[in-house]
Design a protein around this ligand. Sequence first.
Ligand code: BLA
Length: 298
Amino acid sequence: MSGGGSLGVGLPYQKFVSFALEETCLRTTLTPHPSQEKFKFIKSSDDNTVFNALSFSAPKIRLLRSLTIEKKNAFKVLDFAAFSEPEYDLPIFCANVFTTPAQSIVVLDLNPLYDTTIHKEYKDKYYKKIMPLAQKYSELLPWGGKITSESLRFFSPIVIWTIFESTERNHHVLHLAFMDYYKIWLELMDQAIKENNKVTIARNREQQHKYLTWRAEKDPGYPLLKKLIGESRAEDLVMEFLFEGVNTLGTKSFLDYFPEYARDDGSVNKKRSMIGKSFETRPWDANGKFIGDAEAFR
Ligand code: BLA
């Protein structure tokens, strides 16, 4: 594989994906997801860009999907996510990296299904025990500075949001963090007990749908995807692969969930953020207590 070499730094993200898939297979049985067939052979309009898309499901996992993109001497992308079945309230595993020869933009998190600044029981259930590990990585991979404020609603106290210089060392640390975070997610998945309460299941489903709706509309990668494969194929990729479920898990629209984006004519405001950027520094302390301005992202 030439991925790392072509940029002169870092690892090809295929390695991250292979690790995650192998670890998953130690715990459960993966079945190819129906979306895999359609998106297996995405081709960019320029020959220098390689796409790799894989998607699976498993007994507790509704969708496990990965997209890597590599344009020689230009950029590399990793977009890896895992969503549980709505019978579980598991966090959403989320690893997004956009790397150029100069820098890497990283979000690595177990995105909470329920906002942890409001739902303390959810925060304690999933994040309390792992705060020391998160603390270690948040020192090695420091907070990336001001961020689209709305994103904070989808982040957990263990989030790694960072922008680093694309060096071997930084990519090595990122690789370690990815492996640790993914192993934690698998452990949580393994221990998760099926919910029988219909109301709770419906609530979990709606929360996952809200998350998918947000990302399918406002993901920072979307403009680049459109440039690479054209508007309509990018839309298919986002709606039917990356955030598959956005058309089936619920019926609410983007504006039902995020009415602040409504324009006078009833359309969705194209701005990524209505609030703007904020959170210059990490808004959680080492114990996972939110120490930022909670009003700044709602
Ligand atoms: C930038 N990607 C970013 C930024 C964030 C994320 C926070 C910084 C800009 C900002 O503050 O919004 C990622 N934001 C997330 C994630 C969540 C979120 C994961 O709210 C989850 C809730 N990134 C990708 C893919 C591509 C990509 C697939 O995941 C390209 C195909 C590119 N991300 C990309 C680029 C930038 C970026 C080019 C910098 C340009 C920009 O900020 O618009």
